[in-house]
Design a protein around this ligand. Structure first.
Ligand code: NAP
Length: 258
């Protein structure tokens, strides 16, 4: 992990989907800067425990919380657990940083997308993010930061991920609504739109060198991304210097599809 500075010391963070992939890298980055991190997971308990272990190995502090973000009841129950866990460690239930990272989306053409697949992608990416935020926002301290992980596919023109792209455009819309709502409390809300990042989500695609080559050729920096590329961008948005940036949906893609 990149050790920048202990600028997040004394702060609390919730990172959803932090057991694997981009979420794990974000959780590790934030913890390495001094925040106490709640590592949320849905199904991957062992992976989440491993994220906590890695954070502790780096000298940071973290614990796990669980909820299937498709269920509003599970989200509410998770926040009760979270309140107690933060209270035990900090004396309060306040949240300084929320990273809405949990997400899903298979590669499916419009013709292949059935009702179940469509509902699944919107239920995790939009409904889950909405109701996690609904619980988290009233708990956020002035000066807090919210970062939603969207996707370059929100731009559209992705014929094999049309429903996924539409769900991420909804994430961008929510980002702007939340930014408007929270501005008076000096809380910023931004979205990061990653390009192709090597994680389980795109494991099938990564097995197809022709597709990967085509994407890399359309990328100014000439490579696919790593989870740490997104964690670094999150770190920038959490810095004091980013305090005047809000309501923005920022492409972090190495210059893809310019
Ligand atoms: P990943 O490795 O597949 O991880 C997905 C994460 O989301 C996991 O931690 C998973 O947790 C969580 N999650 C999925 N369904 C959930 C549910 N129903 N309830 C709770 N948690 C759930 O994918 P990733 O690439 O790191 O994706 C992270 C974010 O980046 C997503 O929002 C994705 O859309 C976005 N993104 C990725 C790429 C890319 O190229 N990889 C590009 C653009 C945007 P459990 O395993 O514990 O259920």
């Amino acid at each position: 992990m990149t050790m920048r500075r202990a600028s997040l010391s004394g702060k609390t963070a919730l990172v959803t989907g932090a057991g694997r992939g981009i979420g794990r890298a974000i959780a590790r980055q934030i913890a390495s800067e001094g925040a106490l991190v709640a590592v949320h997971y849905g199904a991957s308990v062992q992976a989440a425990l491993e994220t906590v272990r890695l954070i502790e190995e780096d000298g940071g502090e973290a614990f796990t919380v669980q909820a299937d973000v498709r269920s509003v009841a599970e989200i509410a129950a998770m926040f009760e657990v979270l309140d107690k866990a933060f209270a035990t460690r900090t004396g309060g239930r306040d949240i300084d940083i929320l990273v809405n990272n949990a997400g899903a989306g298979a590669s499916l053409s419009i013709a292949q997308t059935d009702e179940e697949a469509f509902d699944r992608v919107f239920s995790i990416n939009v409904k889950g993010l909405f109701f996690v935020s609904q619980q988290a926002l009233p708990r956020m301290r002035p000066g807090g930061r919210v970062i939603n992980i969207s996707s370059l596919t929100a731009r559209g023109q992705m014929m094999d991920r049309a429903a996924y792209g539409a769900s991420k455009l909804a994430v961008n819309s929510l980002t702007q609504s939340f930014a408007q709502l929270l501005g008076p409390q000096n809380i910023t809300v931004n979205a990061i739109m990653p390009g192709l990042i090597e994680t389980d989500l795109v494991a099938e695609l990564m097995k197809n060198p022709a597709v990967v080559d085509a994407i890399v050729k359309q990328t100014a920096l000439g490579r696919t991304g790593k989870p740490t590329d997104i964690a670094s961008a999150v770190s920038l948005l959490l810095s004091d210097e980013a305090g005047w940036i809000t309501g923005q949906c920022i492409e972090v893609t190495g210059g893809a599809r310019l």
